[in-house]
Design a protein around this ligand. Structure first.
Ligand code: NAP
Length: 246
């Protein structure tokens, strides 16, 4: 068993999760790279981390499948020790006006973005409680704080993470487990790649710092929250949004 602490990053094959995983590997964690289907991308990232002297393992599972989450975290824990840092980052958007929102799209959004995070935290917290240590970081969104027309289901899931995370911080603080919620603004990834130029221009006008964020901007904050430098920070909602929501 490696002596490095284990960090599990869900949705680590691309976008924010990949940047977060790289940063945590560079700061000394063995990083479990979770993904849903994009094995080639996750394997590429594993090789990149190892090439830079870090350690990573692949962890393919659907965060919305609670039995799969339990089994994966049990086997990761058996091989690498308890999860010391969990970054619940996996997420999807299925945008639709409420009038046209289909039941299956609402269910899938809540299942992946909200319940998926809860399943992962519940499973990882067993080992954290025994270890009386751990850091949980939930990746919510500025949309969960300020709302966005056409994203009611996504906003509900992301706002749900804030209530969940604050409650968790209160529930687990006596075991020295911290939980914080990061709310990114508009960050350049596949998720925002589908925006039209007109949509991007409108978004840029709403960002005081005048640019979209990069995955590294979010990874820097997560890396701080995962580290002992944030030992006295818990239950906080921390925006990485260029001032878009103040
Ligand atoms: P992305 O580029 O679309 O990547 C999504 C990641 O989640 C991929 O690794 C994907 O795996 C994984 N994933 C999706 N469904 C999953 C499931 N059921 N089980 C396990 N993994 C799953 O997204 P992103 O832009 O990096 O966003 C990451 C997180 O940040 C999301 O929670 C998102 O809501 C949040 N966020 C993003 C922005 C932004 O501007 N980009 C802003 C605010 C918040 P595969 O590659 O295998 O599909």
């Amino acid at each position: 068993m490696s002596t490095k602490p284990l960090a599990l990053v869900t949705g680590a094959s691309r976008g924010l999760g990949a940047a977060i995983a790289e940063k945590l590997a560079a700061s000394g964690f063995t990083v479990a790279l979770n993904f849903a289907s994009n094995e080639a991308k996750a394997a590429e990232l594993k090789a990149k981390i190892e090439g830079a002297g870090g350690s990573a393992v692949l962890a393919k599972f659907d965060v919305a499948d609670s039995a799969a989450v339990d089994a994966a975290i049990e086997s990761l824990t058996a091989a690498h020790g308890p999860v010391a840092c969990l970054v619940a980052n996996a997420g999807i958007t299925i945008d639709s006006l409420l009038m046209r929102l289909k039941d299956e799209d609402l269910d899938r959004t809540l299942d992946v973005d909200l319940k998926g995070a809860i399943y992962c935290v519940r499973a990882a917290s067993r080992g954290m409680m025994k270890a009386r240590a751990g850091s949980v970081i939930l990746i919510s969104s500025v949309v969960g704080e300020m709302g966005n027309a056409g994203q009611t289901a996504y906003a509900a899931a992301k706002a749900g993470l804030i209530g969940f995370g604050k409650s968790l911080a209160k529930e687990l603080a006596s075991r020295s487990i911290r939980c914080n919620i990061v709310t990114p603004g508009y960050i350049q990834t596949d998720m925002t790649g589908a925006l039209t130029e007109a949509q991007k221009d409108a978004i840029l006008r709403s960002i005081p710092l005048g640019s979209l964020g990069s995955p590294d901007d979010v990874a820097e904050m997560v890396s701080f929250l995962a580290s002992p430098r944030a030992r006295y920070v818990t239950g906080q909602v921390i925006g990485v949004n260029g001032g878009m929501y103040i």
